[in-house]
Design a protein around this ligand. Structure first.
Ligand SMILES: NC(=O)c1ccc[n+]([C@@H]2O[C@H](COP(=O)([O-])OP(=O)(O)OC[C@H]3O[C@@H](n4cnc5c(N)ncnc54)[C@H](O)[C@@H]3O)[C@@H](O)[C@H]2O)c1
Ligand SMILES: O=C(O)[C@H](O)COP(=O)(O)O
Length: 619
């Protein structure tokens, strides 16, 4: 195991892959700025120099998975523990390669007892792969395979710390989940489950179970990803009007199937049915709560085949009791299985299924094959396209790039927060200014970090060096790169990094360039990442804590006014910088703050007469 990582190396650890695939072309492109003779063009598949750099890194890394796996592969037969039911085709594939131990329904203690004898573990959503499991494995376990999409039952941080690769099977159960969503939608609308139960209890209640029709009704699909878009397609086939909310879905993908992308408020305020398909992330945790139920159309019907945690379940019971929500159909729960006396499960207007979304024969066979291939490949030391974490690598390996790695992620994270919800991000450009010869500057790690910064806040996928390009492609996100050679010291790998998000609307119009792209730029100064440009405005603040960007009329006293408001609310200002394009016209202030200002404080800043716009950004 590696020595304790520094904050910088933690980022590196999270990005280093287990091995590299020299054959896999990347979607990376470098573009030429013809006006600038020192820039260069390379429509790129991984360059030889790059591949060998990474490869060498992995070969020399004491704890690289490559090396662990190479060592492991030389042992006669690995052991794979399968802790939940897996399709036979997947099991056959595993058995042809390893000793397979199918032990279902293990207690946490039994799992911990077995794990030190296993090289890989395959689970579904029912097994909690906790830090204790990795501790108990005593370094033997190399791969955890999640036979499905959601990886919220695996402690990814612990897996990464213990050098264990986690892979999932993200595509094989999409249709099954979408079909289950539609099954719940239609059966809920016609009270199928309730009517069935009443008949089995000897009753014949024709007038009690009059349903509602679907044709012409509006369904809001919340989360327009793989499952959401398939649900939308099917709902259109039922004659429904389909709208969707997904701040990060491309509008043209929605348009192609006749779906309007709308804001969260519009979606929940106009829909007759709301179908949930977003991942469980800190941003979506309990996003359906008392406040949001109150904004819904009275009598709305809710379907959840995503994750229980996106709904505040107590609030849903209240909304059902008050009639705001007429019915709910739920496949997933905050705690699974839910308590037997759960008011939600027992509610007469609620239809429930025990997390069956992915449970069709076809999906389970598909998932089993997908995960078996991924686990066997990983045990053979191959690059996995569905890796969701990465093993740790010693800090010295990419020490030089460490502060730039942090800068790249923070710029991505900041840029994505400047996008107005509903805009849909399709194209991102990363511009590196460097004095280095291009062959001596490996930007794949930096690009992966920008990708990580952009995607992680909007997804439950952990982005690393292995899966950054794959994840961007899956989300329809094109990341292009430009390198501009500048006349400075080649001692430093990068002079500046600029992140541009193309053709989107921004919450903070001052971050837009003339061509309509959001643009932010940063540098590393004394080892610390700094924000140095927002749109056309130069600033200089270190990227630590949180940030307020504020555009105001360039006049005396503005720093004091905003500073006072923050001070009165006990918000500590850590850094501050003012930039302007033309004297006495407009300026922007970049203010580093340690705490997030509360609603009132933000309101007061917005009310300062010379403040034209401002935004709070989490780093
Ligand atoms: N019930 C089941 O058995 C079952 C089966 C498959 C998938 N799932 C769950 O369904 C969900 C979707 O799976 P998927 O394969 O479609 O994933 P996906 O990543 O393809 O799609 C998720 C979409 O949600 C969007 N999103 C992120 N944050 C959002 C927000 N705040 N508001 C609205 N949209 C947001 C993303 O941009 C993305 O387009 C996941 O939670 C997954 O675990 C459940
Ligand atoms: O995230 C998923 O893939 C689904 O929730 C399916 O979970 P399961 O494998 O436990 O059925």
């Amino acid at each position: 195991m590696a020595s304790t990582p520094s904050p910088h190396t933690t980022h590196l650890h999270s990005l280093i892959s287990s091995s590299t695939n020299h054959n896999k072309p990347s979607n990376l492109s470098f573009f030429h700025t013809s006006s600038n003779p020192s820039s260069f063009k390379l429509i790129h598949s991984f360059s030889t120099s790059f591949s060998s750099t990474i490869s060498n890194v992995l070969k020399t890394a004491d704890i690289s998975l490559s090396r662990d796996l190479n060592g492991f592969v030389s042992t006669p037969k690995p052991t794979i523990l399968v802790s939940e039911k897996l399709g036979e085709a997947g099991l056959d594939l595993l058995r042809s390669f390893a000793d397979v131990d199918c032990s279902y329904d293990l207690s946490p203690q039994d799992l911990c007892a077995k794990i030190s004898l296993c090289d890989a573990l395959i689970v579904r959503s029912g097994t909690k792969v906790t830090r204790e499991v990795f501790e108990a494995a005593q370094g033997r376990i190399k791969v955890v395979g999640r036979a499905g999409v959601g990886i919220d039952n695996v402690d990814l941080q612990a897996a990464t710390e213990f050098g264990c690769l986690v892979v999932n099977a993200p595509t094989a159960n999409t249709i099954a989940a979408a079909e289950h969503g539609i099954a719940l939608l239609t059966s809920m609308a016609r009270n199928v489950a309730q009517a069935d139960a009443s008949m089995k209890a000897g009753k014949w209640l024709r007038s009690k179970y009059v349903g509602v029709s679907l044709v012409g009704k509006t369904v809001a699909v919340m989360g327009f990803g793989k499952v959401g878009s398939e649900v939308a397609r099917r709902a259109k086939g039922l004659g429904m009007h389909v709208i969707a909310h997904d701040p990060y879905a491309p509008a043209d993908r929605a348009r192609a199937i006749g779906v309007d992308l709308v804001s969260f408020e519009q979606a929940i305020g106009t829909a007759d049915f709301i179908s949930l398909h977003m991942p469980l992330t800190p941003a979506t945790n309990k996003v359906f709560n008392d406040d949001t139920f109150a904004k819904m159309k009275k009598g709305v019907r809710i379907i959840n085949v995503a994750r229980g945690g996106v709904i505040d379940e107590d609030a849903l019971v209240r909304a059902l009791d008050s009639g705001i929500v007429a019915q709910a159909a739920l496949d997933v729960f905050t705690v699974e299985p839910p308590p037997k006396d759960s008011k939600l499960v027992q509610h007469e207007n609620v239809t429930v299924t025990p997390h069956l979304g992915a449970s069709t024969k076809e999906a389970q066979e598909g998932v089993a094959i997908e995960i078996a291939e991924a686990v066997v490949g990983a045990l053979n030391g191959e690059l996995s396209a569905t890796a969701v974490n990465a093993p740790m690598v010693p800090p010295e390996v990419l020490f030089e790039l460490a502060p730039y790695v942090v800068l790249a992620e923070k710029l991505g994270r900041l840029a994505v927060q400047l996008v107005t919800g509903g805009s849909g991000i399709q194209s991102v450009k990363v511009v590196y200014k460097s004095a280095r010869d291009p062959d001596r500057l490996d930007t794949r790690l930096l690009r992966a970090m920008v990708t990580k910064g952009i995607i992680e806040p909007i997804s439950d996928t952990i982005i690393n060096l292995v899966n950054a390009d794959f994840s961007a492609k899956q989300k329809g996100l094109r990341i292009s790169e430009e390198r501009i050679i500048v006349d400075s010291s080649p001692e430093y790998p990068v002079e500046s990094i600029q992140v541009q998000i193309c053709n989107v609307q921004s919450k903070f119009a001052s971050a837009l360039l003339e061509n309509g792209d959001i643009s932010i730029e940063g540098k590393v100064k004394y080892g610390i990442p700094h924000l140095t440009r927002v749109g056309p405005f130069s600033v200089d603040v270190s990227l630590e804590g949180n940030l307020i960007l504020c555009k105001q009329v360039d006049q005396p006293g503005m720093i004091g006014k905003v500073g006072n408001i923050l001070g009165e609310s006990n918000v500590n200002v850590s850094f501050m910088s003012v930039g302007r394009t033309v004297k006495r016209k407009h300026a922007i202030m970049a203010i580093g703050v340690e705490e997030e200002p509360d609603k009132d404080t933000k309101k007061k800043i917005g009310e300062v007469s010379a403040v034209e716009e401002f935004v709070f950004l989490k780093l």
